[in-house]
Write a protein that binds this ligand. Structure first.
Ligand code: HEC
Length: 164
C-alpha cells in the first residue's frame, strides 16, 4: 500500500513536471507579443537621419528606462529592449520649417540577452510586424550587428539617452 502511494506520487509528480514543461514551451509564442507594446513605452531619445529623410523615436521598456536613468548602460542589463520607430519626414503643412512625421516606415528592436545572443554582442535584432515582435533570421541579424560594431564601446548602441 505504501509502495503504491509512493509510486502514485511519483507519477503525479512527473505529470505535474511535464505539464509545467509543456506550459513553458507554450510560452514561446506568447513571449513574442510581450514586447509588442512599444507604443506604451517611454522615450529614451529621438533622432533625425538627414541622409534617409526620416525621424525616429527611440523608446525603451521599463528595464531600459531604469538602466538609462541610473546610468547603468555599459553594458545594458539583460531584459533591455530598445525600440526604434521610424517615420518618413515632411514639412508641417502650416509651418514649413517644422519637420514632422509622415508615413510610418518601420519599428526595429534590439533585445539584450547576453547568453542567447552572444554571437551578436549580446543583442538580438528584430522588428515589429503588425504589433508583434519578430526576431530577424541569423543573416539579417549579422548585418544589423555589423553596422552597430563601430559603437562597441557604447555596448553596440548608438543612442544617447536624452534624460532631461
Ligand atoms: C548601415 C548601418 C546600420 C544598419 C545596417 C543597422 N543599423 Fe541600427 N542603427 C544605426 C544607426 C546609425 C543608429 C542610430 C541613429 C538612429 O537612430 O537611426 C541605429 C539605431 C538603432 C536602434 C536604436 C538603438 C541604438 O543603437 O541607437 C535600433 C533598435 C536599431 N538600430 C536596430 C537595428 C536593426 C534591427 C537592424 C537590422 C535590421 C539595424 N539596426 C541595422 C545604423 C545601422
Amino acid at each position: 500500500m505504501k509502495n503504491l502511494k509512493v509510486g502514485l506520487s511519483i507519477i503525479i509528480g512527473a505529470l505535474a513536471l511535464s505539464t509545467a514543461i509543456a506550459a513553458d514551451k507554450k510560452e514561446v509564442p506568447a513571449k513574442k507579443t510581450t514586447h509588442g507594446e512599444y507604443k506604451d513605452w517611454r522615450l529614451l531619445s529621438v533622432s533625425h537621419r538627414t541622409d534617409k529623410k526620416t525621424l525616429r523615436a527611440i523608446l525603451g521598456n521599463d528595464k531600459a528606462i531604469e538602466a538609462a536613468r541610473s546610468g547603468k548602460t555599459k553594458p545594458w542589463p539583460n531584459g533591455t529592449v530598445i525600440a526604434k520607430v521610424v517615420w518618413k519626414e515632411r514639412a508641417h503643412p502650416n509651418w514649413a520649417a517644422a519637420v514632422v512625421p509622415a508615413d510610418f516606415a518601420a519599428a526595429e528592436a534590439m533585445i539584450k540577452d547576453s547568453k542567447k545572443y552572444a554571437s551578436t554582442g549580446g543583442w538580438g535584432f528584430g522588428h515589429w510586424v503588425d504589433g508583434k515582435l519578430e526576431m530577424h533570421p541569423k543573416e539579417t541579424s549579422d548585418t544589423c550587428f555589423a553596422c552597430h560594431i563601430p559603437v562597441k564601446d557604447n555596448d553596440y548602441v548608438y543612442t544617447f539617452p536624452a534624460l532631461k
